[in-house]
Design a protein around this ligand. Structure first.
Ligand code: ATP
Ligand code: MG
Length: 155
């Protein structure tokens, strides 16, 4: 019943490479297996949104990096891009429903502004956290999911 987060990351990466052939995605995982009790489809949805956001906000050919690690009892996935970054004033609000930083530009790209709100709810429902750090030229989203008995309990 456990899901390997590293497998999920690899699956999300394969799908991303198929749909975004002009981006350069790198995947790292250390250790190479992170077993968790999660809903794999929901966590996949979180990963897909973070990767799609990274692609939408970066020029083609740019590197997008996804890294899975074990940190202090949590499985952590970081998605990093080299886009323009998210201004400090917007960093909390991007998790709000329908919030988009640049409404005029985002509209051409068809986003609803729901992706990060949904991602945040899904990660919270798993007892985890999602955080953002950004500066001009880089944006990093960090998803942290608890391992072991501190995580989801059996009903
Ligand atoms: P949806 O995901 O619902 O299709 P969306 O991508 O616009 O639409 P979110 O995923 O919630 O919505 O993202 C909200 C806003 O945060 C985006 O519109 C964009 O302005 C900003 N944003 C998200 N990720 C990045 C990123 N990697 N770089 C720069 N801005 C970002
Ligand atoms: Mg999105």
């Amino acid at each position: 019943a456990d899901t390997d987060l590293v497998d999920l990351v690899q699956q999300a990466a394969d799908a991303f490479r198929a749909t975004h052939p002009d981006h350069h995605l790198t995947v790292t995982a250390q250790p190479d297996s992170l077993k968790l009790r999660v809903d794999p489809q929901r966590i996949r949805q979180v990963l897909d949104n973070l990767l799609t956001n990274a692609a939408v906000h970066t020029p083609v050919g740019t590197e997008v990096a996804v890294a899975a690690t074990l940190e202090q009892g949590s499985a952590v996935v970081r998605v990093t891009d080299r886009g323009p970054g998210i201004p400090p004033a917007d960093r909390e609000r991007v998790f709000d429903r329908f919030y988009r930083v640049d409404k005029a530009r985002s509209r051409d790209r068809g986003g609803s502004g729901l992706g990060l709100a949904v991602a945040s709810s899904l990660v919270c429902a798993h007892g985890g956290t999602i955080a953002l750090s950004s500066e001009p030229g880089s944006t990093v989203f960090t998803v942290s999911l608890p391992l072991g008995p501190a995580g989801l309990t059996d009903r």
